[in-house]
Design a protein around this ligand. Structure first.
Ligand code: BGC
Length: 737
C-alpha cells in the first residue's frame, strides 16, 4: 500500500516544480503504471548512476553515447549495441526492433499482430501483456532494449508505417503505449517509444519538415508520448528522421529540452533514429543523448564529442548528464544488475497461443447483414476460400516493424515488390517456426465435414501480382458452387517503400474486381481484410459481411477462422477512420500528392475530428465495431468533483444471446474555439454474459477537459463541456453536460 502511494507523493512534488505561475500542469492526471519505481527507489537509482558517472573515464563515457551498428556484428542479430564497462560492472546493452515481435535477424521469434491491431483491441491489459510477451523473447535472445513503441498518429491514412502505430486518437494511443511500455519494462527490458515527433508519413522520410503549430502539437501529436512518458517512464524516446518546424527532430531543443525533459520531467534518454542525427554540438545541446547510426554519418563519435568539449561547444556536465541518463535507466529497469543473456529458452507454443488470442481480440466486425456470421459448420457442405494466399499464410507489415524470418527471408521471395531495405522481405508470417496455420487449414479444422476449396493466385514467386481474368473467373465459378464464399483481400505496406498512393486495394490492383466477381456469383460473400491501413470498399454494399483482421501475426489464420465460426465473438473497434473515398481524408488536398514538408493545416481536426467537423460521412467511423451480441446503454450520470474532474457513469447491458465484450467510449465536446465537436476522453473494455448489466465509471480529469493555451504557454481548464457516451465516435447513445 505504502509503495503505491509514493509515486503520487513524487508527482505532487513535481507539480510544485513544474507549474508555471497560475498555469497548473495537471500531472496528477497521469497515474503511474505498475512497473514505475516509487520515489525512494528512484532516488537510490539516481545516486548510484551519479556515483558510476564519477568513476568513469572520459573514454568510457564517450563510448557509452554511441551505438555500434554493423548488421553482421551486432550480437544476436540486433539493431545496435552499447559497449559496457566491465571494470565497473556495467554490462553491454543490445537493442533490437520489437514492434510486432523481436526483429532479430539471426534468432527465431514469434510474430505477434501488428500494433494497429493491438490498438483495435482497446484492451489496456492486452497491451501490457503484449509488451511483456515480446520482452520475454527479447531477454531470452540477449536483448536488454526493445525499440517497438511506435505511436505516431494516423494523420496520413495512407502512411506506410501506420501498422506500427496505435491509430488516430492521442488518448487511445497514449494509454495503450503506456501499458505496453509497462509490460516491457516489468520484464527488465528497456522500452523505447518513437518516433518523436511529427513523423506521420514516409514521404520525405529523411528531413521533410513537418509544420505543426504548438497547440496542435500539444493536444494531438505530442500527447501519446506525454501520456506514455509520464505514466510508464519508458527508458528511451527515439527522435525521428524528419524536421519539425525547421529543426531536425534530433536537434530540436523545443521538442527535446523544453517539452520532453523540462515540461514532462523525463529522466530517461533520447536516442536518435538510425541515421537521424545531423550534428554534434547542436544535437547534444538540444537534448540528444545517444546516436544510433547506420554506418554512414556519425556525429556523436568519441573524436567529434571530444573536440566539441575541447572547443567549449559541449560541456562536460552535459556529457555526464547523457551518460547518467542511460545508467539511471539501466539501473531503474533492472538491466544493470540482471543483464539479458542470449541462449535463453523461449516457449514458442505458448507465445503462439498469446499471438492468436491477441489477434482474436483485435479483429473488427465491420458489417454483418442478416447475421450471416457466425458461420455454422453443420449447415455448410461447400466453402470457398479465395485470394490473398489464404492457403499459405497471412500478411505482415514490412521494414523494421516486421518480425523477420531469418532463415528463408520470406514467403518464397519478395513477390516482385521493390524494397528500400533488406528487412522488407519477410511479409508472410513466420514460415521458420511453422506454428502458423493458414486460413484454409484453419477453416477445414472448424468445418471438418465440409469441402473447403481455395482459389486465387497461387504463384508464390509473385504473391502481389494482379489476378488474371482466368483466376477471377475460376474464383467466381468456385463461389457459385459453394454455400459461402470467404474472400481475403490484403494491402501491403511497410517502412521505406513509401506511403500508399491510395487507400484502394492497390496490390494486386484488381482485388476489388475479384470481390465483385465473387459477390455476383454468391450472395453469401464474406470479405476478410488484412491491412495496416484503412481500405476503400467500393463493394461494401454488395457483400454480406466484412471482418477487418489487420496484419494478424502468426496466429492469424486460426484467429480469423475462430471469428468467422463464432468461437470468438469479435470485440475490436476501429482505432482509425475508414473513409468512403481518398478525397474525403484530411491530407488528400487537390490530388492526393504528398507534401515533402507537410503543413498540418487541419490543426485539431484530424482523424474522426475532421469528419465530424466537416460533416463528412465516413464508411466506418473511429471507435466502430460490431459484435455477435448487442449492448444497450442507459442511466448516464455526470457528477462534478471539487477538483474539476467529472465522474461519468452509465449502465451497459448485454441484451443479446451471446457472451461478448463491449468498448463503451466517452467523448467530450469542449466549448473552446478551434476544438473539434468531440474528442475521446475515456473508455473501458468490458466482457459480459447474456443478460448481464454493468455500471461503468469513467473519470474525466481536468487535463482531459483542457486545451493548450498558446498565450499562456500552458494548459487551460475549460469546464462546461458536453459528455457523449457511445459505442463509437458516431453511435452516441447517451449525452449529458
Ligand atoms: C526505423 C526505426 C527502427 C530503426 C532500427 C529505422 O529505420 O525508423 O523505427 O527502430 O530503423 O532498426
Amino acid at each position: 500500500m505504502q509503495k503505491r502511494l509514493l509515486p503520487v507523493v513524487a508527482l505532487v512534488a513535481t507539480v510544485c516544480v513544474a507549474a508555471r505561475a497560475g498555469v497548473p500542469d495537471f500531472p496528477l492526471d497521469f497515474r503511474p503504471t505498475s512497473a514505475v519505481l516509487n520515489a525512494f527507489e528512484s532516488a537510490v537509482a539516481h545516486r548510484r548512476a551519479d556515483s558510476l558517472v564519477g568513476k568513469m573515464t572520459l573514454d568510457e563515457k564517450l563510448q557509452f553515447i554511441h551505438s555500434q551498428y554493423v548488421m553482421s556484428a551486432v550480437p544476436g542479430g540486433g539493431a545496435g549495441y552499447i559497449q559496457g564497462v566491465p571494470r565497473l560492472g556495467i554490462p553491454d546493452l543490445n537493442m533490437v526492433d520489437s514492434s510486432t515481435g523481436s526483429g532479430s535477424t539471426s534468432q527465431p521469434s514469434t510474430t505477434f499482430p501488428a500494433t494497429i491491431a493491438l490498438a483495435a483491441s482497446w484492451d489496456r491489459g492486452l497491451s501490457s501483456d503484449f509488451g511483456k510477451q515480446i520482452a520475454l523473447e527479447l531477454r531470452a535472445q540477449g536483448f536488454g532494449m526493445g525499440l517497438g513503441g511506435g505511436t505516431n498518429l494516423a494523420r496520413e491514412p495512407r502512411g506506410g508505417r501506420l501498422f506500427e502505430y496505435l491509430g488516430e486518437d492521442p488518448v487511445l494511443a497514449g494509454e495503450m503505449l503506456a501499458e505496453r511500455t509497462d509490460g516491457t519494462q516489468s520484464q527488465k527490458v528497456i522500452a523505447t517509444i518513437k518516433h518523436y515527433a511529427g513523423n506521420e508519413q514516409e514521404h520525405g522520410r529523411s528531413g521533410g519538415n513537418s509544420q505543426i503549430d504548438e497547440r496542435t502539437l500539444r493536444e494531438l501529436y505530442l500527447l501519446p508520448f506525454e501520456i506514455a512518458a509520464r505514466r510508464a517512464q519508458p527508458g528511451s524516446v527515439m527522435c525521428s528522421y524528419n524536421r519539425l518546424n525547421g529543426d531536425y527532430a534530433c536537434e530540436n531543443s523545443h521538442l527535446l529540452n523544453d517539452v520532453l525533459k523540462n515540461d514532462w520531467r523525463f529522466e530517461g534518454q533520447v536516442q536518435s533514429d538510425w541515421g537521424a542525427a545531423h550534428s554534434t554540438a547542436k544535437a547534444i545541446n538540444a537534448g540528444l543523448d545517444e546516436e544510433e547510426d547506420v554506418g554512414a554519418t556519425v556525429y556523436l563519435t568519441p573524436a567529434a564529442v571530444k573536440q566539441a568539449i575541447a572547443n567549449g561547444s559541449v560541456s562536460t556536465a552535459r556529457l555526464d548528464d547523457m551518460v547518467k541518463r542511460k545508467l539511471y535507466v539501466m539501473i531503474r529497469t533492472g538491466v544493470m544488475d540482471h543483464p539479458a543473456k542470449a541462449g535463453g529458452t523461449i516457449d514458442f507454443a505458448r507465445a503462439n497461443v498469446f499471438a492468436q488470442s491477441a489477434a482474436e481480440q483485435s479483429m473488427v466486425l465491420l458489417k454483418n447483414d442478416n447475421n450471416q456470421l457466425p458461420l455454422s459448420a453443420g449447415s455448410l457442405s461447400r466453402i470457398a476460400v479465395i485470394g490473398a494466399h489464404a492457403d499459405a499464410a497471412v500478411l505482415t507489415g514490412g521494414g523494421s516493424g516486421n518480425t523477420r524470418d531469418p532463415v528463408t527471408g520470406s514467403f518464397a521471395g519478395c513477390g516482385g515488390l521493390t524494397f528500400g531495405t533488406t528487412s522488407g522481405c519477410s511479409w508472410w508470417s513466420n514460415p521458420w517456426l511453422k506454428l502458423d496455420t493458414p486460413i484454409v487449414a484453419a477453416v477445414r479444422a472448424l468445418a471438418p465435414s465440409a469441402q473447403v476449396s481455395f482459389a486465387g493466385n497461387s504463384d508464390q514467386q509473385s504473391p502481389f501480382r494482379a489476378y488474371t481474368q482466368q483466376e477471377i473467373d475460376e474464383a467466381a465459378a468456385l463461389a457459385s458452387h459453394s454455400d459461402v464464399a470467404i474472400v481475403v483481400v490484403a494491402q501491403p505496406a511497410g517502412e521505406d517503400i513509401g506511403d500508399l498512393q491510395s487507400l484502394s486495394l492497390a496490390n494486386p490492383s484488381n482485388q476489388d474486381a475479384l470481390v465483385d466477381a465473387v459477390a455476383r456469383a454468391n450472395p453469401r460473400t464474406i470479405v476478410v481484410v488484412e491491412s495496416g491501413n484503412p481500405v476503400l470498399m467500393p463493394w461494401k454494399d454488395r457483400v454480406s459481411a466484412i471482418v477487418e483482421a489487420w496484419y494478424p501475426g502468426e496466429g492469424g489464420g486460426k484467429a480469423i477462422a475462430n471469428v468467422l465460426f463464432g468461437k470468438v465473438n469479435p470485440s475490436g473497434k476501429l482505432p482509425v477512420t475508414f473513409p468512403l473515398h481518398d478525397q474525403d481524408t484530411p491530407t488528400w488536398g487537390q490530388n492526393g500528392a504528398f507534401e515533402t514538408d507537410p503543413v498540418y493545416s487541419e490543426q485539431l481536426n484530424m482523424g474522426y475530428r475532421w469528419y465530424d467537423a466537416k460533416n463528412i460521412a465516413p464508411m466506418f467511423e473511429f471507435g466502430y465495431g460490431l459484435s455477435y451480441t448487442h449492448f444497450s446503454y442507459s442511466g448516464l450520470s455526470v457528477a462534478h468533483r471539487p477538483d474539476g474532474a467529472l465522474d461519468v457513469s452509465f449502465t451497459v447491458r448485454n441484451d443479446g444471446r451471446r457472451a461478448g465484450a463491449e468498448v463503451p467510449q466517452v467523448y467530450l465536446g469542449v466549448p473552446y474555439n478551434g476544438e473539434p465537436p468531440r474528442r475521446l476522453v475515456g473508455w473501458e473494455k468490458i466482457g459480459m454474459n447474456p443478460g448481464e448489466t454493468r455500471r461503468v465509471r469513467i473519470t474525466v480529469t481536468p487535463r482531459m477537459q483542457s486545451v493548450w493555451d498558446t498565450s499562456r504557454n500552458g494548459w487551460r481548464y475549460v469546464p462546461g463541456g458536453t459528455v457523449y457516451v457511445g459505442a463509437s465516435s458516431r453511435d452516441i447513445r447517451l449525452q449529458g453536460s
